[in-house]
Design a protein around this ligand. Structure first.
Ligand SMILES: [Zn+2]
Length: 108
């Protein structure tokens, strides 16, 4: 499985395309496609079937996918694009941190 630099739960900012400058939280990653789903971004209209919560069915708005190259991880400390770097912890885990301010970007 390909490794994405962006992970679920990350706050990201759009750096290309018509929604450039907007930010949101990553809801889902699609590593095989190099794409991510970001909360409230790239809304698309999809036809939905009739369900209990939506008895009429019809067209609903849903988040579409964004290519990872169009977003950048936002560092909570820098309050801007993180300079994402990787390091290994003592037990061999790979964690990401911001190269500018040294903030750990992988705290859950
Ligand atoms: Zn930072």
């Amino acid at each position: 499985m390909a490794k994405l630099s962006v992970k679920k739960g990350d706050r990201v900012k759009v750096i290309a395309g018509k929604e450039r400058g907007k930010s949101g939280k990553v809801l889902k990653t699609l590593p095989s496609k190099d794409r991510v789903v970001v909360e409230g971004l790239h809304m698309i209209k999809v036809a939905s079937k009739k369900t209990q919560t939506n008895p009429q069915g019809g067209i609903i708005d849903r988040e579409g996918t964004v290519h990872v190259s169009n977003v950048t991880v936002v560092c909570p400390t820098c309050d801007g694009p993180a300079k994402v770097k990787n390091r290994r912890t003592e037990d061999g885990q790979r964690i990401r941190y911001c190269g500018r301010c040294d903030t750990d970007l992988d705290k859950e």
